[in-house]
Every structure is written in structure tokens, then in C-alpha cells.
Design a protein around this ligand. Structure first.
Ligand code: OAD
Length: 229
């Protein structure tokens, strides 16, 4: 399973591209790609944390939706199951998914700029910004992939390995324009997996899919559970 922002759209999390009126592009007059960038982190870490606090604040009132819950149940139903997400909102885990490959990190985690330790940072808004590392006291940053950054070591390799051994590969709520995540369905397809897309709209990667189910994740995914009895 590869999920994108669309799987959280019905929970009220804004998507990046597509998903009706929930898209968000600017905050305090700055474009989100500028705010969530490595450059901004170097220039003004306090602003980046304020921006993340704003987004984290929205998430505190948000709950997983039936799409997240369906995926959490699938994990227990299949012997070999991998859930790969591009989302940083932690809603898959909140719904009960245990093993989640978070390609772009997690907004509730911080990473020390000094010793690279990661730790949970659930306080919102943060009392001290940037927060201090629990191990060495150094300043920390959000443990997420910012625009212009590479993915953390190891996670993509594990995702690619899972895609390569898949019989069935779902791409759910993703526009499929951001690499390397968008390469995963291609890997699965090359290795002869059946590829199923769940999205209310056709996307840049619909051509890879054997079937596109035009619909919302929160409505379509629970129906698969019903169909299996
Ligand atoms: P996008 O915002 O690019 O795409 C969201 C997709 O979800 C669109 O194709 C919508 O049609 C679809 N969608 C909307 N509502 C839906 C629903 N209820 N059910 C199913 N699908 C729905 O989100 P991503 O593909 O996740 O990266 O974006 C990928 C990456 O772009 C993000 O992880 C982020 C951004 O740059 C980083 O921040 C590193």
C-alpha cells in the first residue's frame, strides 16, 4: 500500500495537489515550499517550527477516517503486508497500523541538529522553539523530509523491496508526481504486481494501474473489507 495526502483528506488534512477546498499553498504570505525547505531551516529555524506548530495544531483535533482504519485491519489480515506512506500526519498509526514506512518522516518527531538523535515532540505549541535534544541538549528540527532534501537512509530501500515482492500494489490518494515515492508503483508493476489506484481523480500515475477506482479512500477501502467477508 502506498498512501498520499488524499487518504487523510476526509479527516480534514489539507492535500498538496487536488482534493477540493482543502489545499493549502501559503502561510503568512510565504509559499509552503519555501517554509518547509532546508534553506528556511538553516536561515530561520524558529519560523519553520512556528509553521510546523501551525500544522501540528490542526492535527490535534483531527481523527483517522475509515480509510485509515481499513488499512490498519488489512495489516492483520495478510501475512505479508507493507504500508508505505508519504504522509507525516501519523494518522495511520493513530488508526492502529503497527508497521508504517514513513518516507517523509513524522511531524510529531524531532531530530537533533547536533547528534541526530530523534525523539517524540508532541507538545503543541512547543514551549521552547527550537526544542532541545533530550540526549545532548542541542537544537532540534522536525524529523521530516523538507523540500530539497533526500529521504532518510534505509526507508526507501525497504519500501522498494516491499514493492518489488508485491502481488498486489495499491496506490491510494497520491498524485504520483513526487519522486522517489512515485517510482514505487513502477517497481511493483515491473515485477508483475497488479496495481490498483484509489483516487477520486485520474492522476499522472493512472496509466500504471490495472484498475483505477474513482472514489474516496474513506468510502472505497472499507468496501474491500466487506467484499472479503
Ligand atoms: P497530493 O496533494 O499531491 O495529491 C493528493 C491526491 O489525493 C490527489 O491525487 C487527489 O485527487 C487525491 N485525493 C483527494 N481526496 C481524496 C480522497 N478522499 N481519497 C483518495 N484520494 C483523494 O499528495 P501526495 O501525492 O501525497 O512531500 O504528495 C506527495 C508529496 O508532495 C507529499 O508527501 C509532500 C509533497 O511535496 C513532502 O513534503 C516531502
Amino acid at each position: 500500500m502506498l498512501t498520499g495526502a488524499g487518504v487523510s483528506a476526509e479527516s480534514g488534512v489539507p492535500t498538496f495537489r487536488g482534493g477540493g477546498d482543502t489545499e493549502i499553498w501559503t502561510w503568512r504570505g510565504k509559499h509552503i515550499t519555501e517554509l518547509s525547505s532546508a534553506e528556511m531551516m538553516a536561515a530561520d529555524p524558529k519560523l519553520v517550527w512556528e509553521w510546523f506548530d501551525y500544522r501540528r495544531g490542526m492535527l490535534t483535533t483531527i481523527e483517522p477516517n475509515p480509510g485509515h482504519f481499513a488499512l490498519a485491519r488489512w495489516e492483520h489480515r495478510f501475512e505479508d503486508f507493507a504500508l508505505i506512506t508519504q504522509n507525516i500526519d501519523d494518522l495511520h498509526r493513530a488508526a492502529g497500523s503497527m508497521n508504517v514506512l514513513e518516507l517523509h518522516g513524522n511531524t510529531w518527531r524531532a531530530r537533533c541538529l547536533g547528534c541526530a538523535s530523534t525523539f517524540e515532540a508532541r507538545e503543541c505549541p512547543l514551549e521552547e522553539s527550537p526544542p532541545r535534544c533530550l540526549a545532548c541538549g542541542g537544537p532540534a528540527r522536525p524529523d521530516v523530509v523538507l523540500f530539497g532534501e533526500l529521504l532518510p537512509d534505509g526507508v526507501f530501500e525497504r519500501a522498494e523491496e516491499a514493492a518489488g515482492r508485491a502481488d498486489l500494489f495499491f496506490m491510494i490518494g497520491t498524485s504520483g508526481v513526487v519522486f522517489p515515492a512515485a517510482g514505487l508503483p513502477r517497481t511493483a508493476k515491473r515485477k508483475r504486481a497488479r496495481v490498483i489506484e484509489v483516487n477520486p481523480e485520474m492522476t499522472d500515475i493512472s496509466f500504471i494501474a490495472d484498475f483505477t477506482i474513482l472514489g474516496k479512500a474513506g468510502e472505497v477501502l472499507p468496501q474491500f473489507l466487506k467484499a472479503r467477508g
